[in-house]
Write a protein that binds this ligand. Sequence first.
Ligand code: BT5
Length: 305
Amino acid sequence: MRDRVLRELADGPVPVPELAATLGITPAAVREHVEALRVAGVDIAAGEGGHELRATPAYGPAVGAGLDGFEVAFHDSLDSTNRRARDLATRGRENVVVLAAEQTGGRGRLDREWVSPRGGVWLSILLRPSVPPADAPVYTLAAAVAVTRAVRELGVDAVIKWPNDVLVDGRKLAGVLTETARDGDGLAWLVVGVGLNANIDPGDLPGDRPTTLRAECGDVDRFPLVRRLLGEFRRLARDTGAVLPAWRAHADTLGRRVRVATGDRTLVGEAVGVTFPGALELDTGDGVETVAAGDCEHLRPAETS
Ligand code: BT5
């Protein structure tokens, strides 16, 4: 609800009774939300025409103000938001989003380095969904969809490479790292880490072909971007049946010739489908193989091995 109050105030000025009627709550409840937002650092003006958001808050602790469903912990600097979220998980916490302005020890999959200077979006979402551990990959796909939708709103032509990369013209804009722990046969917790290169020069990043929002569309306001991303993710996490159709709609891998390296083997074939919770179906010519996890490379049509 507080997020909706914030959105209405952004279109303000709006008198409290009108806002209360729009949102279906009492004027007293509106005033409580406004006060809580102010305490969180959001600059709300009260004038003759009603209340209004004076300026979009800076990217900082206020990014979590009133975000439905998540408690947000913003840090100026952390080694890794995933590491911090794992610590919170072992202390029994849930529905927390850890954000950092910079990471000094960011990690990709297989303990690879993830370079995370100031200007980017580095965050980890800690959840405890009541699902079997095998379902965890669907949350990785959900995060890739959430990032893709949020940046497409900015006019960036982002697509998803299976399983977790968000690309623009073959260049990597964002990656997702999901970590889990079991509790007996169930899932104890799930940490979904998202690294999105926002207001950064691509030359400051490693990797094959990195890109950034700065390069694709110019510097962006990360406050609404992160809130949009988290809102999309929350919707999908609550309705995981919606994840695969959304993922397919943005996928660049399906229909392509790909090479997939799993722990012990490398497969080449045409990516023909993705099945719940996120496995890739590969037509190798000798039948269709289902690959649960791996590093995927898109091949040009002539490249076959
Ligand atoms: C990923 O790994 O793509 C997952 C990245 C997840 C990062 C987030 S940031 C918030 C949270 N906290 C963490 O500590 N991690 C998560 P992978 O597919 O393994 O890609 C890693 C490879 O990408 C590296 O080996 C580099 O070659 C390259 N790389 C490193 N930093 C990059 C960057 N900022 N942009 C693009 N490529 C990068």
